[in-house]
Design a protein around this ligand. Structure first.
Ligand SMILES: O=c1ccn([C@H]2C[C@H](O)[C@@H](COP(=O)(O)OP(=O)(O)OP(=O)(O)O)O2)c(=O)[nH]1
Ligand SMILES: [Mg+2]
Length: 144
């Protein structure tokens, strides 16, 4: 169970998994007025949601592929990170990568949120790292 606070009490809908096997819940725009995004314009879109994540978990804010494929709309900082100690409103930074203006209306499903466990760690500062076959090769080192 994850604690959630909704701004819009008249419409007590919590974000839902679109299907039984969906990895994330879809988040909806919470807007008094529609937002129009010109090409390459971005906007921080409120969701009206405040959550309290269990320690050791984070929420990732990811684009919806349908919006990206059909309209060129994506999450600029994808995957956005919601920290477990964050108590503010979840906001979604959308950017319009198409050549056409795009309108976001109240209640539109604008992104999806996936909850993850993460590791905490301490650093072990050393002089040498363990050798591997790859070594320092990267960035296409193994070929196309
Ligand atoms: O897409 C996002 C990303 C972040 N946040 C909120 C929750 C998160 O816990 C907080 C900080 O996010 P992040 O660490 O990505 O931003 P920062 O630029 O490092 O800000 P800060 O210095 O507050 O950590 O902002 C959102 O609402 N939406
Ligand atoms: Mg930060």
């Amino acid at each position: 169970m994850i604690k959630i606070k909704l701004v819009n009490r008249s419409n007590n809908e919590v974000p839902e998994f679109a299907t039984e096997g969906s990895a994330g819940v879809d988040l909806r725009a919470f807007l008094k007025q529609s937002v129009r995004l010109k090409p390459l314009e971005r906007a921080m879109v409120p969701t009206g949601l405040f959550i309290e994540l269990p320690k050791g978990t984070e929420a990732q804010i990811r684009p919806r592929s349908g919006l990206a494929a059909k309209s060129g709309i994506t999450v600029l900082n994808s995957p956005g990170t919601i920290d477990s100690d964050y108590r503010g409103e979840i906001k979604v930074i959308l950017v319009n990568l198409s050549n056409d203006e795009f309108e976001i209306n109240n209640g539109d499903r604008i992104c999806q949120m996936v909850i993850h466990r993460y590791e905490t760690f301490e650093w072990d500062t050393v002089e040498e790292l363990t050798e591997t076959i790859r070594g320092e090769g990267g960035f296409g080192h193994t070929g196309v």
